[in-house]
Design a protein around this ligand. Structure first.
Ligand SMILES: Cc1cc2nc3c(=O)[nH]c(=O)nc-3n(C[C@H](O)[C@H](O)[C@H](O)COP(=O)(O)OP(=O)(O)OC[C@H]3O[C@@H](n4cnc5c(N)ncnc54)[C@H](O)[C@@H]3O)c2cc1C
Length: 395
């Protein structure tokens, strides 16, 4: 295919790039000629995506396990914790290995999608064309979708925390888990320099992914997460004997900085690089899928994959929480455990999905330190206003 003969370039064959191709096929645009480029020849089983939803998403056939209920434990050792019955939601898990095996096979049967292994050096708009520079070669298309550039440099007036974690898939010699209930956030671990908690995702009575997670400004050495996991398994769950299988390690940026939805007219940013990671939780997978559907529908109906820009109060609320956590004025373990323990589970999940009404958000706020959040909210508003003013003055 000539290097200018594509309708679309998709830079990055992660879930956001693949979900976009899936969404395009679902809206009847499966015949578009696509160049899908990634520096990695193949993505492996390096991550597990968990998310909640009420309906069957487009990748429901790949869900390895689903839980109708989640447990939450606050930081104090004697606290009983709370079981959250999730209906109408369920908490779902897709393994990266299953996702890429299935989607690679699907893509292999689509001759209109050309896959290329290469380094994407730039993706830009040039008039009414999208241009990508791949291994020094210029490639053109009508549109480009870019998941490859996650902007992480600090932006004045905004905040950045890292969600960093290490998980073990463990197998125990006897039945230790209830595969019908996952532990969403267990704060009964030392709170060291950030918000620390553990997920327990059991897939059978003897198998679980147990993940120690931290929200803080910088990552830990690997041995530190491992020590915390050993301490949690023995000290909190009373599990002394287990085998460790696959290990999962990762860092997810949690930032309220603005992410440009487009670079010029022709380049649309997607995935974490397009601001689809929820700043206050790090959850991304379902947002990526929703974003892909919205972009595909816009292209199908208007001829342009452009979504209307809108002010979202949830972005502001994420900024308030990040600032409260980053400045140490809100204890993260206390905030999340209170939010989860004192509100109807479906309302909290809808809130984290940005699907709540203002009235529901006001009800949720009753479980947090309202005066603190209003003070921090005023600071966030002022800092953003000042950052935008300074940026205008520099132009
Ligand atoms: C270990 C781990 C576990 C996670 N678990 C969850 C979870 O449970 N739930 C959830 O919602 N989210 C989770 N996330 C967050 C998020 O869902 C993932 O990071 C997800 O993979 C983001 O998808 P993406 O397509 O935006 O980016 P990526 O998956 O990072 O894909 C980007 C692709 O672009 C390629 N690329 C990058 N730069 C270049 C370049 N210059 N040239 C060519 N190719 C390039 C990369 O090789 C990669 O394949 C997790 C993240 C990690 C790291």
């Amino acid at each position: 295919m000539p290097s200018s003969g594509y309708d679309l370039i998709v830079a990055g064959a992660g879930p956001s790039g693949v979900a976009l191709l899936d969404a395009l096929a679902r809206v009847g645009l499966g015949d578009l000629r696509v160049l899908l480029v990634d520096r990695a020849p193949r993505r492996g089983d390096d991550r597990t995506w968990c998310f909640w939803e009420t309906d069957a998403g487009p990748f429901d056939h790949l869900v390895a396990h689903r839980w109708p209920a989640l447990d939450v434990h606050g930081p104090s050792a004697g606290a009983p914790g709370r079981r959250l019955e999730l209906a109408p939601y369920s908490y779902k898990m897709i393994r990266g290995g299953d996702f890429f095996a299935a989607t690679d096979a699907w893509l292999a049967g689509r001759p209109q999608v050309e896959r290329r292994v290469g380094e994407v050096q730039e993706v830009r708009s040039e008039g009414d064309r999208a241009v990508a520079v791949i291994d020094g070669e210029r490639v053109e298309a009508d549109w480009a979708f870019d998941a490859t550039r996650v902007p992480l440099e600090p932006v004045a007036g905004y905040h950045l925390l890292l969600q960093h974690f290490l998980g073990w898939e463990i197998t125990t010699p006897d039945d230790r888990f209830d595969p019908g209930v996952a532990t969403f956030m267990d704060f009964r671990v030392p709170q060291k320099g950030g918000t620390c908690f553990v997920y327990v995702l059991p897939t059978s009575p003897r198998e679980a992914l147990v993940e120690h997670t931290v929200f803080s400004p910088s990552v830990w050495p690997r041995a530190a997460y491992e020590a915390e996991l050993r301490g949690y398994l023995a000290g909190v769950l009373g599990i002394g004997s287990y085998e460790v299988g696959r290990t999962e390690i990762g860092v997810i940026p949690m930032t309220d900085r603005p992410f440009p939805a487009r670079r010029g007219d022709r380049v649309i940013t997607i995935g974490t690089a397009g601001g689809q990671t929820k700043a206050s939780t790090g959850y991304t997978f379902r947002r990526v899928v929703r974003h892909a559907r919205a972009l595909a529908e816009a292209l199908a109906h208007t001829g342009k994959p452009h979504l209307p820009a809108r002010w979202r109060r949830h972005d502001w609320m994420d900024g308030v929480l990040l600032r409260a956590l980053a400045t140490g004025r809100q204890d993260g373990a206390e905030f999340f455990s209170r939010l989860l323990e004192r509100n109807p589970p479906a309302r909290v999940l809808a809130f984290l999905d940005e699907d709540t009404s203002i009235a529901q958000e006001v009800a949720l706020m009753a479980s947090v330190d309202v005066p603190l959040f209003w003070r921090v909210g005023a600071e966030v508003t002022w800092r953003r206003w000042r950052a935008r003013r300074d940026a205008r003055m520099r132009v």
